[in-house]
Design a protein around this ligand. Structure first.
Ligand SMILES: [Zn+2]
Length: 316
């Protein structure tokens, strides 16, 4: 069932100004009334187009009516009779086209905008991931530098330690020829279960081949981001500084190794410290101290051994 389209054709008569025109009957130029006649086609009562236009001339002298051309300079047909189709069909269509053009331009702009935003977000994400990779490389690099430097540092130290013919506690005491050469000797822990604490004295230096990873770098490695209280820049600076320190770490020229037996066969605590020149594995000095067992060889005994070692070497 289609929608009925109501079309009507309406005859129109339009009076035009009189003109001077030749009359075939009067055989003269006479004043003539002019009418324009045409058919206006309507769709649903809306004028669309006009057709069948012709002009009638009537001689005012003899009344003869003839067809003629459109007089020059005559007024045109009413606007809607000429442009109705354009007004009622063309304009809405143009409006639709304009609407569609504007709408599609807007959606294009919106999708371009969205794409730009997505690209910016992706770029930002990539930048952050890159920064994260660089950060982790720096903090992990600090730990790697420490591990490798430690390994290298311990090669000559272990070689020197391995050259002892017997347990350190069984070595005979020996006074140094040149005590000043022992100052600040690198401390080496031999006993893995309970060692003698580093005696606080000039002949006992810092622990050899030992550096402690800074806490903020350790935290950053664990949680994979800088400690919020330290921040990115400070953590990176600390890690780089520590990496340089670790890389610079070398085996000490003179090391001091301590060992203890507590209790020994005689039920005493025995502690020994041995100074050795690392490059040539030469024993420079040996100190041996003894004390009764008080704490089953635990903290109180090892602390006391450290004090005795300090007292003994302070005499040099
Ligand atoms: Zn006439």
């Amino acid at each position: 069932m289609g929608i009925p389209v109501y079309i009507s054709r309406v005859p129109r008569v339009q009076d035009l100004p009189a003109v001077q025109h030749g009359c075939s009957v009067c055989r003269n130029v006479t004043p003539q009334r002019v009418q324009r006649r045409y058919v206006s086609s309507h769709v649903y009562l809306l004028p669309m187009v006009s057709s069948d236009t012709h002009h009638l001339y009537q001689c005012t002298v003899c009344g003869t009516v003839t067809d003629g051309p459109e007089p020059k300079g005559s007024p045109s047909k009413p606007f809607l009779h000429r442009f109705g189709c354009f007004v009622f069909v063309g304009l809405p269509v143009l409006g639709l086209i304009a609407y569609w053009a504007v709408d599609s331009a807007i959606s294009k702009w919106q999708s371009q905008n969205r794409m730009a935003e997505e690209q910016a977000a992706a770029a930002e994400k990539a930048r952050q991931e890159q920064a994260q990779r660089e950060f982790m490389a720096i903090v992990n690099g600090a730990k790697t530098a420490l591990d490798e430097s430690k390994k290298k540092c311990f090669v000559p130290v272990n070689a020197a330690l391995g050259s002892f013919p017997e347990a350190l506690v069984d070595l005979k005491p020996k006074k140094p020829q040149n005590a000043s050469a022992l100052e600040g000797a690198g401390y080496v822990i031999v006993s893995k279960k309970g060692h003698i604490p580093i005696p606080d004295e000039k002949h006992f230096g810092k622990q050899a081949c030992f550096l402690k990873l800074p806490k903020e770098v350790e935290t950053a490695i664990t949680v994979k981001m800088p400690d919020i209280n330290v921040g990115y820049d400070a953590t990176v600076a600390k890690a780089k500084q520590f990496t340089a320190e670790a890389n610079a770490m070398t085996a000490p020229a003179v090391m001091v190794a301590t060992e203890h037996v507590c209790p020994d066969k005689r039920n005493k605590c025995v502690g020994a410290a041995v100074w050795m020149s690392v490059p040539d594995k030469k024993i420079l000095a040996v100190v041996r101290v003894e004390k009764p067992v008080e704490d089953g060889g635990r903290g109180k005994d090892t602390d006391a051994l450290a004090t005795l070692l300090r007292q003994e070497t302070a005499k040099w």
